[in-house]
Design a protein around this ligand. Sequence first.
Ligand code: UT7
Length: 327
Amino acid sequence: MKTRAAITGVGGYVPEYILTNAELETMVDTNDQWIRERTGIAERRLLKDGRATSDMAVAAIQDLMAKKALDPKEIELIICATVSPDHVFPATANIIADKIGATNAWGFDLEAACSGFLFALQTGSKFVEAGTHKKVLVIGADMMSSIIDYEDRNTCILFGDGAGVVLLEPDTAGNGIMDAILKSDGSGAPYLHMKAGGSKNPASQETVKNRHHYAYQEGRTVFKFAVKGMADVVEEIMVKNGLTGDDIRYMVPHQANKRIIDAAARRAGLPDEKVMLNIHKYGNTTAATIPLCLWEWEHELKKEDQLILTAFGGGFTWGSVFLRWAY
Ligand code: UT7
């Protein structure tokens, strides 16, 4: 049977500090009811004490390695999806490899904002399918608190910090990643981006003064594109693979807004109990939302369960992945 890349283990980490809606009420002009009704978020986790994205990824990998009794020297490739790398360079994947002792691995970062984990999963799966790599780590990790303006109520209520990781290994039993549909549209860039810090607007006193090193979002516009983009791409992958809602054990959506998730689930014909949802606890952790869902629901998943993963985010980037759980 065809060799596919299967997820054979999951690890996760969220920081201890809980930023509640009540605390946000003391920081910006907002209120708990508005945040809950418009987004579904009640609290999110924040990383403190000078730690960085790689530290959360390492904690998630340690969780995975303990469960799998995995020797870091066996890992061949590390792909880290993030928009909040430790540094512009070198890649956070390299820093992670060093910290966990993955001395036989090469690695790189991949940036596709909220769709980063899906883009990285599809990329990693190709190395496994090609037969060149047998143990690949795919990480989604973001310390959004490092790029969020806690004076901007449009964005600071939405985001949190966290990291998730999956191990990809070859599968010849008919499970693993079955299909993926991924999309990009750069004309969406103005609606969700960071204005400065890249080669177009390098850091200067001016960019700092203008608060241009934070995530900027036109929420209403992104919301409209996200509802349509996510629902369309979920429908597309289900039709392409002859799936109905009855065939799906869980939809695993990027956690940006509960209303976006509900719209995609309705279109896919999926009741609430078939939708992984933890946005109320963690908010939007960008590349980490999907692996953090898999981490939380891992104990409920059974071999051959069919899952649809889906995301929409900055870029714009969006997509869906159809997979069959392998353990
Ligand atoms: O993961 C990456 C992709 N990102 C997303 O998918 C996010 C997509 N966008 C969204 O989730 C939503 O657009 C938001 C949650 C960001 C905003 O919700 P909305 O229903 O689109 O609200 P809005 O921006 O249309 O604002 C409605 C009202 C405005 O007041 P007026 O103009 O009607 O008087 C805002 O000023 O709510 C006001 N508002 C707030 N009020 C209390 C905006 N932010 C807040 C706030 N607290 N934090």
